[in-house]
Write a protein that binds this ligand. Structure first.
Ligand code: IPD
Ligand code: CA
Ligand code: CA
Ligand code: CA
Length: 255
């Protein structure tokens, strides 16, 4: 099954990479929240192909889903281009993300950066891979030696809190990155490039593919209060596990 999903995502990736190097039509969903014809084309392609593999599943894609509550099982979340702002500006940190959720948790996750040609995949109990090679989280055990990643929501209503956290993380870590694609932030954590990644106000399609890739690489993913993250929260901390307690303590001091 993972191979079938990966093959579909790889094919869809050629739509994204062709768009990356071409002129595109940009529409605004909000003041700074963009969408292009390539987001829609890629989503429609993924939906059609994945529905054939999983005929009884509900498919929710960022750009074409109907408003309302999402099912918690037998559902596939698709982000056709995670990092649309990067895509529009030519920053090669973009990905297609697919998370297949059977029993409230992701069973298969596939995240593909078609510009750098990096395919991340995981299936429950079988480990995580990048281009077929196993990946593992880092072994960094203190925040001061760690590289932390984060992102910021399009809606700017929670900025004072986020800036406070940012200030404390800057003081306590080796550095912060904001690369602009949540699914790849998760994969870079799974690969041990980032030691920890946190973000608030994410959508299920940002997280579903990457969550299992972190866990199967030996990392942990929780909500901001430290409880297990099972897709019921829009905020998360993903780490190598060793840094989690120190990071939670840091957040607790800010609250
Ligand atoms: C966004 C990216 C970004 C994150 C935003 C997401 P999009 O997704 O993942 O890194 O900070 O919260 O909405 O809109 O490019 O698919
Ligand atoms: Ca996204
Ligand atoms: Ca997107
Ligand atoms: Ca978007």
């Amino acid at each position: 099954m993972l191979k079938q999903i990966s093959d579909v995502v790889l094919k869809a990736g050629s739509i994204v990479s062709s768009g990356f190097h071409s002129a595109k039509t940009i529409k605004h969903k909000g003041e700074v929240d963009l969408v292009t014809e390539y987001d829609i084309r890629t989503e429609n392609f993924l939906k059609e192909k994945l529905q054939k593999i999983f005929p009884s599943f509900t498919i929710i894609g960022e750009e074409t889903h109907a408003e309302g509550k999402y099912p918690s099982e037998n559902v596939i979340f698709i982000d056709p281009i995670d990092g649309t702002t990067n895509f529009v500006h030519g920053v090669p940190f973009v990905a297609l993300s697919v998370g297949v959720i059977t029993d409230t948790e992701t069973k298969y996750g596939v995240v593909y950066n078609p510009v750098l040609d990096e395919l991340y995949s995981a299936e429950t109990g079988k480990g995580s891979f990048c281009n077929g090679l196993p990946i593992k989280v880092s072994e960094t055990s203190s925040l001061i030696n760690s590289l932390i990643s984060t992102g910021f929501p399009y809606k700017k209503d929670n900025l004072p809190y986020l800036m406070k956290v940012l200030e404390e993380v800057l003081k306590t870590s080796r550095g912060i990155r904001r690369a602009g694609a949540a699914s790849l932030d998760l994969c870079y954590t799974a690969r041990g490039i980032y030691d920890l990644y946190y973000e608030t106000r994410l959508q299920p399609w940002d997280m579903a593919g990457g969550l299992i890739i972190v866990r199967e690489a030996g990392g942990i993913v929780t909500k901001l209060d430290g409880r297990y993250h099972d897709m019921d929260s829009d905020s998360l901390i993903a780490s190598n596990g060793l840094l989690h307690r120190e990071f939670l303590n840091l957040l607790n001091e800010i609250r």
